[in-house]
Design a protein around this ligand. Structure first.
Ligand SMILES: NC(=O)c1ccc[n+]([C@@H]2O[C@H](COP(=O)([O-])OP(=O)(O)OC[C@H]3O[C@@H](n4cnc5c(N)ncnc54)[C@H](O)[C@@H]3O)[C@@H](O)[C@H]2O)c1
Ligand SMILES: O=C[C@H](O)CS(=O)(=O)O
Length: 483
């Protein structure tokens, strides 16, 4: 084990020793590239979740009473510490999640950018003074932190998805209970450890690790002291979370699944479209909510696009994320591999052509799935109706603009969509007609802290990041001042 990974694990173990010196039960976190055990973490239960909520409740008055500038400075110190530890945090992330180290470094910087963004936004939770309709009153609106927030995050971006929630919540004075994904809790623990080193009080962030999410989720989504639930994950689980939270009318933010179309029109810059397609499809081995899931290529340029796309797909190297030349890491677990394989076999059974399938490491038990390119795909095939969440491209053709817009919108999801074109009239028509929260126009990578990240339909509720990002963690209070 490298000294860098030892440093990261020491950070996590020191934090765990303070928080849970004598855990009653533990479970193992495994490396998806070789299924070796990385570390054991506490396997907590509903009682631990209630204790964590009590800690957050107890810390709330102290944290919310700081000035916005004091909280801003604490977040800035946290941001600086995260970047100072970028290398070990990235290695820890790759070790527990599998993505190539270069992508993990990028995720640490991406997560830190949300902390920086909300360190700056913290002092901009503006209220209003509204001209009164009477001479003896003054009408004021103030913003206040919503209170204790439950946060539930996925395994595919174990650092950035948590930072994207913790940063705005802490910036406005909320305290948080966090349940990271059972497969990837180490990045969350490291992030929380650095937050305390930055001076964010113990009890402002309370991490609950568990191999059994349901009972803890029940507590986090129904407890009377919890005012808000912020969830990122699959749409089915998101619906369950919203149902639980509804029982006590808690506010919810839901960042859910996608089914992104990638449309290439006949007036597109084909080489640029190929590069955008590769980036959008194969990032994190296809395991992102905004990965392209369906390709639509206009008939006139289909052969030119597929020839170049297939050539470059065949160059992608699959391996452990710690290997310098790896571009495609393992999937998160064996169940993920089985799900992807079932979707590919279903498509081939229904007539899709296996145009390319690459090799995977044969000297390890890792959860690798080969880079795959399917053509002659149709919407009768399941992989066009649900997230593939693997390194599989599914290509279809289309004739006309109106046709492809109808086909692209024919899904319950509405997170991200992409299209390549150069005619300005077409760009405006298509951008306004696609029913999605975020649209890449001649771009395959669109996420950053300054934009309102989120979807429509069954891809979620609310937005994360941007100048709107504080709203989900604030209550609006009207003061009618009589005199
Ligand atoms: N929209 C976004 O910003 C975004 C970002 C990342 C991932 N995602 C989506 O997340 C999914 C992949 O992540 P995943 O596999 O971790 O999703 P998941 O829904 O299986 O799990 C997400 C989180 O919910 C927890 N969970 C599972 N069952 C629960 C229950 N009964 N009660 C409470 N919590 C429960 C899990 O432990 C995990 O922490 C994909 O659908 C992807 O599109 C969306
Ligand atoms: O998987 C979902 C993430 O939100 C993707 S991104 O890193 O924000 O683009």
């Amino acid at each position: 084990m490298s000294d860098l990974l030892k440093d990261a694990l020491n950070l996590v173990q020191a934090y765990l020793h303070i928080k849970h010196p004598r855990p009653s039960t533990q479970y193992s976190i495994d490396n998806p590239a070789n299924v070796s055990t990385i570390l054991q973490v506490p396997d907590m239960d509903a009682h631990d979740a209630e204790h964590a909520i009590a800690q957050a409740t107890q810390t709330l008055p102290q944290w919310r009473s700081l000035t916005a500038r004091e909280r801003s400075k604490a977040l800035r110190r946290w941001h600086d510490l995260v970047l100072a530890h970028q290398e070990e945090l990235a290695l820890l992330l790759t070790t527990e999640q599998g993505k190539p180290l270069a992508e993990a470094r990028g995720e640490i910087a991406y997560g830190a950018s949300y902390i920086e963004w909300f360190a700056e936004e913290a002092v901009r939770a503006y209220g209003d003074v509204t001209p009164s309709n009477t001479g003896h009153t003054r009408l004021l609106t103030i913003k206040q932190p919503i209170g204790v927030v439950s946060i539930i995050t996925p395994w595919n971006f174990p650092n950035a998805m948590l930072a994207r929630k913790l940063a705005p919540a802490l910036a406005v004075g909320c305290t948080c209970v966090v349940k990271p994904a059972e497969d990837t809790p180490l990045s969350a623990l490291a992030l929380a450890a650095l937050a305390e080193q930055a001076g964010i009080p113990a009890g402002a962030i309370n991490i609950v690790t568990t191999s059994r999410p349901a009972p803890i989720g029940e507590v986090l989504c129904t407890h009377a002291q919890v005012r808000k639930v912020s969830f990122t994950g699959s749409t089915p689980i998101g619906k369950h979370i919203a149902h639980l939270a509804a029982s006590s009318v808690k506010r919810v933010s839901l960042e859910l699944g996608g089914n992104a179309p990638f449309i290439v029109f006949d007036d597109a810059d084909i080489p640029a479209a190929v590069q955008g397609a590769l980036a959008s499809k194969y990032r994190n081995a296809g395991q992102t909510c905004v990965c392209t899931n369906r390709f639509y290529i206009q008939e006139g340029i289909y052969d030119a696009f597929v020839a170049e796309y297939a050539r470059q797909v065949a160059l992608l190297k699959t391996g452990a994320g710690t290997e310098a030349d790896t571009q495609i890491g393992p999937l998160i677990n064996q169940a993920a591999c089985a799900k992807v394989d079932a979707l590919v076999k279903d498509a081939i059974r229904q007539g899709a052509k296996l145009t390319y399938q690459g090799a995977i490491p044969d000297d390890t038990q890792g959860h690798f799935y080969p880079v795959t390119l399917l053509t002659q795909v149709t919407e009768a095939m399941a992989l066009t109706q649900e997230e593939i969440f693997g390194p599989v491209s599914a290509l279809m053709t289309f004739k006309e603009e109106a046709e492809v817009i109808q086909r692209a919108n024919a899904t319950p999801y509405g997170l991200a969509a992409y299209f390549y074109a150069r005619d300005i009239g077409r760009i405006w028509r298509v951008a306004e007609a696609l029913d999605y929260g975020m649209i890449g126009i001649n771009e395959g990578i669109i996420s950053n802290a300054a934009i309102p990240f989120g979807g429509v339909k069954e891809s979620g509720l609310g937005r994360e990041g941007s100048r709107h990002g504080l709203d989900d963690y604030l209550e609006t209070k009207f003061l009618c001042m009589g005199f």
